[in-house]
Design a protein around this ligand. Structure first.
Ligand code: AMP
Length: 420
C-alpha cells in the first residue's frame, strides 16, 4: 500500500519551518493582546446559514468554496471559510454586547477552509489571526485596527507591504451607487457570468482582474463620488488618524473585497513579493452584519491576516525570524547508570524551567553528540561510568567548546547561572 498524502491544497507544518508559523501567530496577536482584545475561540464548523446569510449567498466564498456537510442528525454544517461571522455569532450568543461597555474587542487564531483552486499562497486549509471590535461606530477603532496590523507586520521585519484603503459607503449611499454602476455595466459587452455578477453583486465586477474587462471599466461611476456626507466625514477621520500615526496607505477606489458584509472602511494589506496571491491580510467595517444574522444593530470593524502568506512574504523578503533554540541543555548518558542519573538531572532541569532534552535510544557518544548538535542546545551534559565514580558530569559549552566537570548535585544551579 502506498503511503497517504495530505489532501490536495493542504500541507503539513513540520519543524523547523513550523516554528516560524508559531512565531508569526505570536507576533500578529501580540499587539492585539496589548490593546484590550480578549481571546475568543469558536468551533471549526457552523450552521451553513450563518455564512450564507452573513458572508453572502452571491459571494464566491459561499457559492463555490464552502465545505458543507449534512450530519447523521440532519444538520447542515459548513467548515468555517472565514472568522468574522462566527466570532460575531459567538459574541451575540454569549451576550458579550450586553455585559459591559462596547466595543467588545476580540482576537482569534485558527484554521479556515475554502475549496479553492490550489496554488502557491492559496490553499484549501489555511490559517488566520483575526481581530474584531464589535458594537461601536468610531473612526478611531478602524484606525486602531489598521495601525495594529501594521505594527504586527513591522515587528516581524516585513517592509515591502502596502496598505490599500477604501470606503464602501453605507446603507444610505451605497444602493444609489449600486444602481448607477449597474446602469453603466448593462451598457458593456460582458460575458454571461459577468453579466450575472453585475446583477447580483455589481461592485465585484470592479475587482475583475481581466484586461478586457478593466478596459471597459474606464469611466465607470466611482463610489467616492456617491459617498454621503456622513460616510465622507467618517472616512476622512480614519485617514487622518492613520496618517497621524505615521502609517502610510494608498487610496484604492476599486478595493471591494469578496465578502458582502462590508460597509464604509475597507482595507487590504498586499505584499509585492508574492505574485498573484498578494493579499496578506484584509478587513473592514461591517455595520450591518449583526442584524443580518439576527442580532441587534452593532456596528463593528475587524481584520484577518493570513499566517501562511505572511510566512511566504517573510521568505520572499529574506527575513529570518530570530527563533531561540528550543533546547538549552542536551544530556548524553554513556552506560546504564549514567542514563538513570542524567535522566533524573534532565527532569530536574525541566522542573527548574530550563529547556532540556536527552539522548534517547541508547546511542554511543558519537551519535549522541550529533543529536546534541542538532538540538541547538547551548550546553551538553555528558557522563560515563568514570565521571559518576567521581560524582561529576562533564558540562560542555557548545559555543566555546570548553568542558568542565561539575558535581552532579550542582548541575541545575550551574547551568541556570550560566544561562542567565
Ligand atoms: P479574506 O477574508 O479572503 O480577505 O482573507 C484574509 C486573508 O486570509 C487573506 O489576505 C489571505 O492572507 C488569507 N487567505 C484567504 N484565503 C486564503 C487561502 N485560500 N489560502 C491562504 N491564505 C488565504
Amino acid at each position: 500500500m502506498s503511503t497517504f498524502q495530505a489532501p490536495k491544497g493542504t500541507y503539513d507544518l513540520l519543524p523547523p519551518r513550523s516554528a516560524s508559523f508559531l512565531a508569526v501567530r505570536e507576533a500578529i496577536s501580540a499587539p492585539l493582546r496589548n490593546s484590550g482584545y480578549g481571546y475568543v475561540e469558536t468551533p471549526g464548523f457552523e450552521n451553513v446559514e450563518l455564512f450564507s446569510r452573513g458572508v453572502g449567498e452571491s459571494t464566491d466564498i459561499v457559492s463555490k468554496e464552502m465545505y458543507t456537510l449534512t450530519t447523521k442528525g440532519g444538520d447542515e454544517l459548513a467548515l468555517r471559510p472565514e472568522g468574522t461571522a462566527s466570532v460575531l455569532r459567538a459574541a451575540l450568543q454569549g451576550n458579550l454586547h450586553k455585559l459591559g461597555g462596547l466595543p467588545v474587542k476580540l482576537w482569534y487564531s485558527g484554521s479556515y477552509y475554502r475549496y479553492e483552486r490550489a496554488q502557491k499562497g492559496r490553499y484549501r486549509h489555511f490559517s488566520q489571526v483575526g481581530a474584531e471590535a464589535i458594537g461601536a461606530e468610531d473612526p478611531a477603532l478602524d484606525a486602531e485596527l489598521i495601525i495594529l496590523a501594521d505594527q504586527a507586520y513591522r515587528s516581524l521585519g516585513l517592509r515591502n507591504f502596502r496598505i490599500l484603503l477604501n470606503s464602501l459607503g453605507d446603507k444610505e449611499c451605497r444602493p444609489v451607487y449600486r444602481e448607477a454602476l449597474q446602469d453603466f455595466l448593462r451598457g458593456l459587452d460582458l460575458d454571461e457570468d459577468t453579466v450575472r455578477r453585475a446583477e447580483i453583486n455589481p461592485l465585484r465586477v470592479l475587482d475583475d482582474k481581466r484586461d478586457d474587462v478593466q478596459k471597459q471599466l474606464v469611466g465607470a461611476p466611482m463610489l467616492r463620488d456617491y459617498l454621503c456626507d456622513a460616510c465622507k466625514a467618517y472616512h476622512e477621520e480614519v485617514r487622518a488618524l492613520i496618517t497621524a500615526a505615521g502609517v502610510a496607505f494608498e487610496d484604492d477606489e476599486k478595493l471591494v473585497r469578496g465578502l458582502d458584509y462590508y460597509t464604509r472602511t475597507t482595507f487590504e494589506f498586499v505584499h509585492d513579493g508574492l505574485g498573484s496571491q498578494s493579499a496578506v491580510g484584509g478587513g473592514g467595517r461591517y455595520d450591518g452584519l449583526s442584524e443580518m444574522i439576527g442580532g441587534p444593530a452593532l456596528p463593528s470593524v475587524g481584520w484577518a491576516l493570513g499566517v501562511d502568506r505572511t510566512v511566504l512574504a517573510l521568505e520572499a523578503e529574506g527575513v529570518t525570524l530570530d527563533i531561540p533554540a528550543a533546547t538549552s541543555v542536551f544530556a548524553v548518558a554513556l552506560g546504564e547508570e549514567a542514563r538513570r542519573v542524567l535522566f533524573a538531572t534532565v527532569t530536574e532541569l525541566r522542573r527548574a524551567g530550563v529547556a532540556a532534552d536527552f539522548s534517547f535510544g541508547g546511542k554511543g557518544l558519537k551519535g549522541a553528540m550529533k543529536d546534541a548538535n542538532r538540538s541547538g542546545a547551548r550546553f551538553t551534559v555528558v557522563a560515563g561510568e568514570r565521571d559518576l565514580a567521581e560524582g561529576v558530569v562533564q558540562l560542555k559549552d557548545m559555543e566555546s567548546g570548553e568542558q568542565t566537570p561539575v558535581a552532579v548535585a550542582d548541575v541545575v544551579e550551574t547551568v541556570r547561572a550560566k544561562l542567565a
